[in-house]
Design a protein around this ligand. Structure first.
Ligand SMILES: NC(=O)c1ccc[n+]([C@@H]2O[C@H](COP(=O)([O-])OP(=O)(O)OC[C@H]3O[C@@H](n4cnc5c(N)ncnc54)[C@H](OP(=O)(O)O)[C@@H]3O)[C@@H](O)[C@H]2O)c1
Length: 311
């Protein structure tokens, strides 16, 4: 079967589409025939070796975490899934390899895909939605009527955060490129601010929650935006924000962490159409490497890149 993988950490030139033997699932694992997978910035962050202290040094290493597909083998001890089940999910940080025809993954990383969600939409959901859910619902305990500021409101995580916050009955203001203002307003934002001309003075002390999905705000800017008692969530790991989080309950570095309640909330919101990822491009696995590199180096297309089986 075909799989995108690499033999050492480094630049995009390390990526290859290889033919590899089909693996059997071990205890607690399932094998999934991948029908769709989606690309996230963490794919190239990991490939670059920047987080090798977490991802180790075993190669060849597969690329990709988000997946949707059909179970085609079940390992010993797995009772939640059977052959033919349609599933979706995200592998953990260290295991990877969803940009492949077939994936072996821990059964705990997958949930049943409802028939109302296509494989492409399901594959676009996991990492961005789990991260938004972990931040807004688990960490900030967002309530109806609260106000949220979301930086990078049209990125993968930002868009999911806007949609989940709106579905919870919160008011949302966000930052994005000036040219995308209409798209942001159509998503339900009350105001969309150009991130290139943004000053906190315009929206000082107005928010219960600041969700900096772009890693664009300083700690001081977050403090200035927050009401007393508010909370800033950071997902782009920077030493200063991480250290402040250790000594202040006002700032928290969030790592997307799946939970039963989170999956249930994400699936319910997606089925109602309240959570709808934007698809930027759908490419077959055999043409995926140039598409991944284009996204990494140009930020295009806007929207999720979805990888589907070879034509
Ligand atoms: N901690 C976790 O568990 C976790 C989970 C998922 C992702 N992440 C990290 O979170 C970040 C966002 O992920 P993503 O999937 O949402 O990425 P993405 O889809 O690339 O979105 C990033 C967004 O930020 C916008 N942006 C760029 N510069 C900005 C600025 N100065 N102010 C406001 N917005 C700005 C971009 O707009 P333009 O298109 O106009 O440039 C884009 O819409 C990545 O660094 C990723 O690695 C962390």
């Amino acid at each position: 079967m075909k799989r995108i993988q690499y033999d050492r950490y480094g630049g995009p030139e390390q990526l290859r589409l290889d033919e590899v033997p089909l693996a059997e699932p071990g205890r607690g694992q399932i094998r999934v025939r991948v029908m769709a997978a989606s690309v996230n910035p963490m794919d190239w962050v990991i490939r670059s070796g920047r987080v090798r202290f977490m991802t180790g040094s075993r190669f060849p290493r597969g690329l990709g975490h988000d997946f949707a597909g059909r179970v085609d083998a079940v390992g010993p001890g797995v009772t939640r899934f059977k052959l033919g089940d349609e599933v979706f999910g995200a592998t953990g940080l260290k295991p990877a390899g969803t940009f492949a025809e077939v994936l072996v993954t821990d059964a705990s990383t997958a949930v049943i895909k409802p028939p109302g969600l296509s494989f492409e939409i399901a594959a676009a959901l996991p990492i961005v939605s789990i991260t938004a859910w972990t931040g807004l619902m688990d960490k900030a305990r967002l309530r109806q009527g609260q106000s949220v500021f979301i930086s990078g409101c049209l990125g993968g995580v930002g868009r999911a955060a806007v949609q989940l916050a709106r579905s919870r009955g919160a008011t949302v203001i966000g930052s994005c490129a000036a040219a995308a203002r209409d798209e942001a307003l159509a998503l339900g934002l009350s105001e969309a601010i150009d991130y290139r001309s943004f000053t906190v003075e315009d929206v000082r002390k107005r928010f219960d929650v600041v969700f900096d999905t772009a890693g664009a705000l300083s700690l001081n800017q977050c403090d200035a935006l927050l009401k007393p008692g508010g909370k800033a969530l950071h997902i782009v790991n920077r030493p200063a924000t991480f250290l402040r989080g250790l000594v202040s309950s006002r700032h928290e570095t969030v790592f997307g962490t799946p939970s039963e309640a989170g999956w249930a909330g994400i699936i319910a919101a997606a089925l109602k159409g309240e959570l709808a990822p934007k698809i930027g491009e759908i490419v077959p696995l055999t043409e995926a490497i140039p598409a991944i590199i284009r996204l990494e180096t140009t930020g295009l297309p806007k929207g999720k890149v979805i990888i589907v089986p070879p034509a």
